[in-house]
Design a protein around this ligand. Sequence first.
Ligand code: GCU
Length: 645
Amino acid sequence: MGYESIWLKRAALPEGATAPKTIAETIAQELTALQNLRDDMIWAYLVTDALPEEGYDIVVNDRKADILGGSAVGVLYGIYDAQRQLIVNGTVVSVSERPACPLRMLNHWDNADGSIERGYSGRSFFFDDGKLLIDDRTSFYARLCASVGINATVINNVNVRGDATWLITDRYLERVREMADRFAAYGIRLYLCVNYAASIEIGGLGTSDPLEPAVAEFWKAAVAKVYAKVPSLGGFLVKADSEGRPGPHTYGRTQADGANMLARALAPYGGTLIWRCFVYNCAQDWRDTTIDRACAAYDYFHPLDGMFEENVVLQVKNGPLDFQVDEPVSPLFCGMTKTNLMLEVQAAQEYTGQQKHVCFLVPMWKDVLRFRTYAYSEHDRVEDIISGTHRRGACGFAAVANTGNDENWTGSDFAAANWYGFGRLAWKPQLSAEEIAAEWAGLTFEDSTVRNVVTKVLLASYGIYQSYTAPLGIGWMCNPNHHYGPNVDGYEYDRWGTYHRASCKAIGVDRTTKGTGFSAQYSEPLAKLYENPETTPMKHLLFFHRLPYTYVLPNGKTLIQHIYDTHFEGVEELRSLVENVVAVQGMIPEKEYTRIMERFGMQLSSAKEWRDRINTYFCRMSGIGDAKRRKIYAVSEEDLVYPGE
Ligand code: GCU
């Protein structure tokens, strides 16, 4: 078993290893891999009740290392930790580790036909042409996930259509079980996305009203059948009342009515119901400036706090809109103190360069995790909420996966660092972006100079991407539908509720209490901070405020000059990043190097396009020239003024 360019390639499995069927077999294989990395040490392991189930201790005494786990999975995680230490540092030290988040989950948006929604790495390796694929790659995927502590995976798209609706029926359950067993050998639980309208589409009922007894009966029977065949199933993930998907609102019912009905069906089997909060009106009239999509999730869900069954977890996107380059943290993390919550981020780079651009997302995710919510007390951060510090039920962290059947799994070699980084953060949110980048570079590349360059590239990449795309948290200036590349007005007159409302004087949506009122959804003192542009973090300034181009920022520049400067500088910084990699040509295997350079080529030309479109748009719109007289495509110099000159 083996695939290209991925972090475990130096922890080689034993010659001729086949996919493990049980966790005991997995442990045996991984111990051999460990032994191969360091054969002058004695490696021993033990399962002990003294540790929490998934926790482990590595105790090193001279040439002997004992790996103690709270369960077999704990032992496995300990072995992976030892492998990581050996590959990255060449030595192993004693550690004591417990996972932070109970659920550490990947959400794949794979369709039954083998396509992937927002997939940038080839086709699905779970599905093809209506069939489930189970082969070596399934197990190798599980190995990569388990090696970073991921313990749950949803293999099908949240938009459940066609064949995928039938995954919970006899047509698929035998194969679903086989797949679940593959994952179980690595301590991973399989979850499925279900179609909220299944009672109509496959149940023969005329309704999916959650309060209709026949609908509840349909789900009870369906779930009983599923668990009879797949007892290890983790549960369901549901996207309802969202972007054309059916849901309880169709029947005048609440999100809690819908979630609880399904949760009650799952409860007897210990199943968990994950319900997404991505609910908003996607048929908005752009002319109506009183509606603000950012307010929607909180408006729908906050009144229901405390009304969900214990086995319901609400999955909340990191920001109030939709995985933009930078959004403020969703206010649901501040206001839902009686409900289990999960954070959802997007490793698939839909709005962050589609795996053509290098964009290491860990720094952004870290900001979200460190964000103080003031939900329970002034000390709480998002990382505490999703660790379940205050809850008895399951909480956790999910990422929309960025994988596909490309040889290197993630299209871009560097994008694998986002998959890796997500797992590490879900295990230990306290790890810094620097530590994670260095670990991944250390696992993936052998040469220490290359490791340093790659770490540097990863750490700089998000800031650079941010600087040449939509400015100061405003988002959405991309091409509609596929979302790649710049198009400032692409969504301006559309139905999706994503507007910048730029005029010749100002830009932005006023989301304070004088505007749409979104800022008031946060707890104090956050609400007050966001009310005022001077106390709003600069990176989110245009998310909360409508400001004139001449507004002076904390860095002393006008808003328009800041836009020009960041866009010019972003492209230059990208160029120098590329040069850093060119300088280590010959130290990176040729195939990887060529692939990396191809993507850099695409990124550079796209970054220039972003720079020129954004700068030109705002130059023409504002009539204000660049104080540094760099090349902008204003129609005529005579149209421009240069304030202060
Ligand atoms: C985004 C994305 C969709 C996806 C949706 C979701 O809007 O563009 O493809 O279905 O998020 O998270 O459900």
